[in-house]
Design a protein around this ligand. Structure first.
Ligand SMILES: C[S@@+](CC[C@H](N)C(=O)[O-])C[C@H]1O[C@@H](n2cnc3c(N)ncnc32)[C@H](O)[C@@H]1O
Length: 315
């Protein structure tokens, strides 16, 4: 096939200075796309270059295009059921979606790397506004930055306690601190005086689970947190959703839930997990919400395996 003649002029122009132009296999795949698909690829390449990213091959560009389509579909807010709501955006930009003094508990897990330290202060500030009086914020925190996190979060909330989260087989070695780690700290803050149920301060995760997010927590471990810090009917917020584990546990156990994540893929994954959960529970005559399958979302639906596990497939 004469590759050059099959490529639209705008595509040739867009990829001219990129590694795509030098890879025969990708050029061939591009030439096989129809005009509209080629136009979308060209637009995505231009956007990536404007953002200073290198479109290193066609798969990278297609992945980016897929994310853009999801983001477009989600816009900022996806309200999918009376029981739960997912919001796509930076917590700082979308916090207004949550009413003052409406949330019973915030159960969350911000990213650990140093560049995300500001998110701990951000969530504490938001919590001071959205938590009901006496409400709790519980958050996983990295050992390394405990002093800074305690200091910045205590500006907005009352430090209450620290819990130990123990995972089976988790035994990282932190060489620069000479520590063999066996547990994760979970900080507990409150908005004013706490006077609800007694809480045991050691949590056990059933397993490590990175199936839905590279930094994901297990459903079993998250369930320990959700049941200790909320009651059925309560409104729980997780503003750093990741793979949506808190969402799944909360909805399954009858909590109302708001989830936020800046990453559209995290929102979409959570939406799919919740859709699978709703359909499964409906089948068990224990309905939460029936999610209608349409020709459009069938392609994106999770498939539920015999053991009840959810398998995601991308579009
Ligand atoms: C550690 S992961 C959460 C994992 C989750 N607990 C699970 O089990 O899958 C943290 C998430 O926070 C999101 N995030 C980081 N900064 C954010 C921000 N400013 N606003 C909203 N989400 C943010 C990331 O996209 C990531 O998905």
């Amino acid at each position: 096939m004469q590759i050059a003649t099959k490529l639209a002029p705008e595509v040739k122009e867009a990829i001219r200075e990129t590694p795509l132009a030098d890879t025969k296999r990708d050029l061939l795949r591009l030439a096989r796309l129809d005009t509209e698909e080629q136009r979308q690829v060209a637009e995505t390449v231009k956007t990536m270059i404007e953002r200073g990213e290198v479109p290193k091959d066609l798969d990278t560009v297609k992945r980016e295009l897929h994310h853009q389509k999801i983001a477009q579909k989600l816009q900022t807010v996806t309200e999918e059921s009376p029981q739960w709501k997912l919001v796509c955006g930076d917590l700082a930009d979308v916090e207004h979606e949550i009413e003052d003094a409406s949330v019973d508990a915030i159960i969350t897990d911000p990213p650990y790397p140093k560049e995300y330290l500001h998110t701990f202060e951000l969530v504490a500030k938001v919590a001071a506004r959205v938590l009901k009086p006496g409400g709790s914020l519980v958050t996983f925190v990295p050992h390394r930055y405990l002093p800074q996190i305690l200091e910045c979060m205590s500006r907005y909330l009352d430090y209450h306690w620290i819990l130990a989260y123990v995972q089976p087989g988790a035994s990282a070695r932190i060489w620069d601190r000479y520590v063999h780690v066996g547990w994760k700290p979970v900080l507990w803050f409150t908005k004013g005086r706490y006077d609800k149920q007694m809480v045991y301060d050691v949590l056990y995760s059933d397993k490590r689970d990175k199936a839905y997010h590279e930094w994901g927590q297990s459903e079993g471990g998250t369930e320990e947190l959700v049941t200790r810090f909320s009651q059925p009917g309560d409104l729980v917020l997780d503003p750093f959703l990741g793979g949506g584990t808190t969402a799944v546990v909360c909805v399954r156990s009858g909590r109302r839930f708001i989830g936020i994540d800046v990453d559209p893929t995290a929102i979409e994954k959570t939406r799919m997990r919740l859709a699978g959960l709703a359909n499964r529970q409906d089948g068990e005559n224990n309905a939460l919400i029936r999610v209608e399958e349409t020709p459009e979302n069938r392609e994106e639906m999770v498939s539920v395996g015999a053991a009840g596990e959810l398998r995601l497939f991308s579009v």
